[in-house]
Ligand binder design. Structure first.
Ligand SMILES: [Zn+2]
Length: 143
């Protein structure tokens, strides 16, 4: 994910992720780019889930949303804003939350909390893996 975030400018970014639907579409594409595997039973066949871009295992019926296991899961503010914060932090991990708040017109507390989540995903090499938080944690802890 960091690749796309780093390689486009803010104007392109705004156009590409201007709706919640586009953000979800992107997360689903990235998450399942090597194919769907049910986290519960390992089955690889799926059908459309109830939520936008979620997928449902045809065997055990477990539904996984596009945001599950990503830092965007249970995000309490619009996904489009979360994507923008992510964009700014990926470009400049040292950006202050007051600056983000000022640029995006989002409450500073919201920016602070979300930036914290992103920073937790930056691994020792400086890569940001926003889509596989659990694996990353494992890497960081050396388990
Ligand atoms: Zn399953």
């Amino acid at each position: 994910m960091e690749t796309i975030l780093k390689n486009i400018d803010i104007i392109e970014f705004d156009e590409q992720f201007d709706t919640e639907e586009k953000c979800l579409q992107y997360l689903a594409d990235e998450k399942w780019k090597s194919g769907f595997v049910c986290r519960k039973c390992g089955h690889t066949n799926f059908c459309k889930g109830k939520k936008t871009h979620s997928r449902r295992c045809t065997k055990c019926k477990t539904e996984e949303s596009a945001t599950a296991n990503t830092i965007f899961h249970k995000c309490k503010f619009p996904l489009t804003e979360a994507f923008k914060i992510t964009y700014l932090v990926c470009h400049n991990p040292n950006i202050s939350t007051s600056k983000i708040s000022e640029k995006l017109n989002i409450r500073q507390m919201t920016c602070w909390k979300f930036k914290k989540k992103i920073v937790e995903c930056i691994d020792s090499r400086g890569d940001i893996n926003l889509l596989e938080k659990a694996d990353l944690k494992k890497n960081l802890l050396g388990e």
